[in-house]
Design a protein around this ligand. Structure first.
Ligand SMILES: [Cu+2]
Length: 158
């Protein structure tokens, strides 16, 4: 894979030239977690905040060890209904942050290979715009359903 060759080349460069910052080095991952799902569920999602200390970049790929397929998704409002849609990239503004959260951008874990119970760890690789990668081990947590988004997590009367 060309991307793998490029990634290897970039990683080698960053070893030789420590002043050359890779996109992955300027991103801090805050509060990463994966939604716990029942054993019958075919899919789950990962959420986190990507905080950028450098120039604008983007998340362009992800791979999780517990899923056969990992996609970047967003939610769109389609005639009053919220639908998920795959995206090629999730932009991360310069010296800013993007929040992956229920009802917004998220990393979709499809065709789960095993149940995701609270306390489990998921290995996730993030790939950024320049091909640099970040390896994460992130916890599985219970999350209340994301289709109805409650600001600040406050329950609302329906
Ligand atoms: Cu999704």
């Amino acid at each position: 894979m060309l991307r793998k060759v490029l990634t290897a080349a970039l990683m080698a460069m960053s070893v030789n030239l420590p002043t050359l910052a890779a996109d992955a080095d300027q991103i801090d991952v805050l509060n990463p977690h994966v939604r716990a799902v029942p054993p019958t569920a075919a899919a789950s999602a990962a959420f986190m905040v990507l905080n950028n200390r450098g120039d604008a970049t983007a998340l362009i790929g992800a791979q999780a060890d517990v899923a056969a397929v990992t996609e970047l998704h967003t939610h769109i409002h389609d005639q009053g209904i919220m639908r998920m849609r795959p995206v090629k990239r999730i932009p991360i503004p310069a010296h800013g942050k993007v929040e992956l959260k229920p009802g917004g951008y998220h990393i979709m874990l499809i065709k789960l290979k095993k149940p995701l119970n609270p306390g489990d760890q998921v290995h996730l690789t993030l790939t950024f715009q320049d091909g640099s990668t970040k390896q994460l081990s992130i916890p599985v947590k219970m999350i209340h359903t994301g289709m109805k988004h409650h600001p600040m997590g406050q329950p609302m009367a329906h």
